[in-house]
Design a binder for this molecule. Structure first.
Ligand code: ADP
Length: 883
């Protein structure tokens, strides 16, 4: 069907709100076209099939219902078949929306001119678009990576292979995961848009993928040889996963992209382990439910100038380093940029001319570079020189001596990161390419090269000559107009053009009698007629041919440039890596300077000494009271007490953030900071998004706790906030006590234990490595003033009732609460707990000795119980009680 009549049908539909489909007879399951459709659909059952029909992509059956719902287009129906359509020229916009919502789209294109086709138009699936392989700007988020992941369990199920690819940038990574839990954490960090699993993949893997889009791939595609990787440290399963990714990308893209990086194999322990709970509750990159984006650490640290820098900063925040010399190298560079304000400003200005070069190179490699992309790419390449120049003046003066404590060893001498980055930018090929292609395209080229006019005059002599010729032909047409006016005596005669009829001579109705016999009528309008002549047709043919030749040459020139640029992809990628790194360094330096952060010092002793520490996010929001945290060697666990709202969890969080910031290579918000190098951070602070519906808070907390006790080492940092709040006081205190004691005795990780259970402070009497701190408040009569000051020792009393009063609970209620509290204190019931450890001498729990829970309790051999078993047992008993 011609595009015009189809468009008319559409406009009719719009006006009468009822579809009139001239090809309705074709839309029955038995028509040849529908058979063709169904054949393609059968090949891609899990994708929405966009079926090219004239100027529209049509979708049928269930796809139509989906598209109508998601894209807000009209759902029509013929012969009982639902259908919907979107205009081809807006196809990409619609596809992008579907991808963002997690759908796949297969594009079935007409591959021959319908006018020339005999019978059914030939069609082919030209591309399969999937959320994980999308590289369109409309689908991607500039500030974060867009990953496709693949996961598989090794046959022994002892190793889990993970590979992930950001097709938009070419980043390609493989890693071996030790457990499903580790996998889940990693997926949470990466946030892939799509996860590939082998057809035989277990249910456990599906669960680990969470609610992400899962695509099953044939087992045969998971072959380690397919990964083309020679890294001997790579696990077999990880390589298999990488191979599956490559096969999927080849299939969906219809070609092998030219910009995939060599597979990088992640070693274990290169990065600080941050589990999903820690990442979310510390609000590193995403605010907790209902929180503002400005509440994240990423937001505070982000002074980047480019999307590539922003993405790298985000990746670094989620993967702080454990290797000291790499960290010091970054800190050296930041130190330099903090002191040298002028170079930093120059660097920032130069970086502002760098567009998203990483993704532009991705489009180049994927064969999807458009004219405007090429302009932005060459401009970004040109900016590289300016960036390098901004660095030439950098004053690498030695850093002033640091006030250090506890004699931490001085930072190891590192080679100069900034100098090596600057050198890496000096690739002559980049400047050459930038110069070479700067004059290829006009400043504001059309969207597509086939729209014409993208190539700048002067680039090609042939093109210039053709353009001159075309101009001459058009000129000739203008002359023809005046010649015909003279010949016919019709002063208002006009030469015009439209897409359907081509060139014509228009004569208004009053002058029709003067039309000469060689005019052939083409079209009748309300008050004019349009004609053609032999001469005009000849011109039309010559003009069309010339335009065609010009478009073809423009496309050739563009393709040639793209081909030439593709040869330099590895150099471009090396450069974008450097630009991203420089952007992150200047960003961190800029924040450090503005917020008066200090360079952290690392100690190999298990010690921590932060003076005047602040919370990087809270200090931006309100007046902040800095606090010290000093844990010399031999002191591992802090029991932090204080009333609600005193500032306990802020203090915990800031400590975790200091460690994470320091190890990603940032200065920290403190007057000075000596920190241990940690291998893991566990933060169980505040409400978390992980407290999903269905799992009781208490059970969740116990599971979390068990996992921490399992994985923590003496080099970990552990933060517990109000452990045991999900259960009764006695249970809560008992468990908190047992966990704290186990951590202090056996794990010896640096641990902060915030609690409103006063009883826990007695642990310090029993264990030499436990310290009591409290957040000070001042009482004024019945009111409390929060000082937010952390001080040694124990807080007096619990202030929950005061907080209730502050929150506006009626006086009668808070007074009653005061009386109950006084009564309990007088009976000594609250303070009995913790008198011996673990606290079992608590008032009778049950009326009868024969209670099954009591019996079960008696049977427990406490000496032989591991802490985790104890917790499990406790949970089981607790359930028994509730039953
Ligand atoms: P807690 O955990 O003891 O219940 P939070 O740590 O949540 O209390 O702190 C409550 C509020 O007190 C915070 O939201 C913040 O506004 C304020 N606050 C906490 N610590 C400080 C501090 N060091 N300086 C200033 N304000 C603080």
């Amino acid at each position: 069907m011609s595009s015009r009549s189809k468009a008319q049908v559409r406009s009719l539909q719009a006006s009468v709100g009822h579809p009139i489909l001239p090809f309705m007879s074709e839309i029955s399951a038995s028509s040849p076209m529908m058979k063709q459709y169904l054949r393609f659909k059968a090949e891609h059952p899990d994708a929405i099939l966009f079926f090219h029909l004239g100027d529209f992509y049509e979708v049928f059956f269930e796809d139509a219902a989906t598209v109508a719902k998601e894209l807000d287009v009209v759902l029509t129906s013929r012969n009982g078949h639902p259908m919907a359509g979107v205009p081809v020229r807006r196809g990409e916009v619609y596809v992008a929306q579907l991808l963002r919502r997690g759908y796949k789209v297969a594009v079935c294109q007409q591959v021959e001119d319908p006018k020339k086709a005999t019978g059914l138009v030939r069609r082919e699936i030209v591309r399969v678009l999937t959320p994980g392989t999308a590289i369109d700007d409309a689908v991607l988020d500039a500030g974060s990576n867009h990953y496709l992941a693949a996961v598989l369990e090794s046959r022994s199920a002892r190793e889990i292979g993970l590979a992930y690819l950001d097709l938009s940038t070419g980043e390609f990574v493989a890693a071996s995961m030790g457990s499903l839990e580790a996998l889940r954490g990693e997926l949470e960090r990466l946030g892939p848009a799509e996860v590939l699993l082998p057809v035989s993949g277990s249910e456990a893997l599906v669960r680990a993928a969470g609610d992400r889009l899962v695509t099953r791939r044939a087992d045969a595609e998971w072959t380690a040889e397919g990964a083309e990787c020679r890294d001997p440290t790579a696990g077999e399963a990880a390589l298999q996963a990488a191979a599956a990714i490559l096969a999927y990308v080849r299939e969906t893209q219809g070609q092998s992209p030219g910009h995939l990086r060599p597979l990088r194999v992640l070693g274990i322990a290169q990065c600080v382990d941050l589990d999903a709970f820690t990442v979310s509750s510390l609000e590193l990159v995403r605010p907790l439910r209902d929180g503002k984006a400005s509440g994240t650490l990423l937001h505070v640290l982000d002074r980047t100038m480019t999307p590539l820098g922003r993405r790298l900063l985000r990746r670094r925040l989620l993967a702080p380093l454990t290797d000291r010399s790499s960290i010091e190298r970054r800190l050296d560079a930041i130190g330099t940029l903090v002191r040298d304000v002028r170079s930093r400003e120059a660097l920032r200005a130069a970086l502002s001319d760098v567009h998203d070069a990483e993704r532009l190179v991705g489009k180049l490699g994927a064969g999807r570079l458009r004219p405007l992309d090429l302009v932005l790419l060459t401009r970004s390449l040109a900016a590289i020189d300016v960036v390098a120049q901004a660095l030439t003046g950098v004053a690498s003066a030695p850093e002033p001596a640091q006030p250090t404590l506890e004699s931490p060893s001085p930072p190891p001498a590192a080679d100069d990161l900034l100098a090596s980055l600057r050198n890496a930018l000096g690739q002559p090929v980049l400047a050459a390419q930038a110069r070479r292609f700067a004059s290829l395209l006009v400043d504001q080229p059309p969207a597509e090269i086939r729209d014409g006019g993208a190539i700048r005059d002067g680039w090609s002599q042939d093109l210039d000559a053709m353009r001159l010729e075309l101009a001459a032909l058009r000129d000739r047409l203008t002359r023809l107009e005046s010649e015909e006016r003279t010949r016919t005596g019709i002063a208002s005669l006009k030469v015009g053009y439209n897409r359907v009829f081509g060139y014509y001579l228009e004569v208004t109705r009053p002058h029709l009698s003067k039309v000469p016999p060689d005019y052939v009528r083409r079209q009748t309008l309300a008050n004019a007629e349009r004609f053609v002549t032999e001469e005009l047709k000849t011109f039309e043919g010559r003009i069309a041919a010339m335009e065609e030749k010009i478009l073809a040459l423009e496309a050739d020139l563009f393709d040639a440039a793209v081909l030439e640029l593709r040869a330099s992809i590895p150099e471009f990628q090396a450069a974008t890596d450097v630009l991203a790194e420089l952007d992150v360094l200047q960003s961190l330096a800029d924040v450090a300077h503005r917020q008066r952060y200090v360079r952290p010092t690392f100690t190999t002793e298990p010690a921590l000494d932060v003076r005047g520490g602040r919370h990087p996010v809270v200090e931006r929001r309100e007046e902040f009271v800095p606090n010290d945290l000093v844990l010399p060697e031999g002191k591992d666990l802090v029991v932090l007490t204080g009333p609600n709202m005193a500032g306990k969890s802020v203090f915990l969080r800031q400590t975790a953030l200091h460690c994470i910031m320091a190890q990603l290579g940032s200065f920290v918000p403190a007057d000075r900071a000596v920190l241990p190098l940690v291998d893991r951070v566990f933060a169980r602070v505040g409400a978390s998004d992980m407290l999903a519906a269905g799992v009781s808070t208490f059970m969740m907390e116990m599971l979390e706790t068990a996992s921490i006790l399992d994985h923590a080492t003496s080099r970990s940092l552990i933060l517990f906030d109000e452990m045991g709040r999900g259960t009764s006081t006695f249970d809560g205190v008992s468990i908190a006590w047992a966990v704290a004691e186990h951590l202090a005795r056996h794990v010896r990780a640096k641990t902060l234990f915030a609690t409103h259970y006063q009883e826990l402070t007695r642990l310090a009497d029993e264990l030499p490595n436990v310290v009591n701190l409290h957040v000070a408040v001042r009482e004024l009569g019945k009111d409390v003033v929060f000082l937010h000051r952390v001080e040694p020792g124990t807080a007096a009393g619990s202030y929950g009732v005061h907080v209730a009063r502050l929150a506006g609970l009626p006086d009668a209620v808070t007074q009653a609460a005061d009386r109950v509290l006084d009564g309990l204190l007088a009976e000594g019931r609250l303070s009995q707990i913790g008198a011996s450890a673990p606290p079992v001498a608590i008032p009778p729990l049950f009326g009868t000795d024969e209670h099954p829970v009591l019996k079960a309790l008696r049977k427990i051999d406490v000496e032989r119980l591991t802490p985790i078993e104890a917790l499990q047992k406790l949970d089981q008993l607790r359930r028994q009680l509730d039953a």
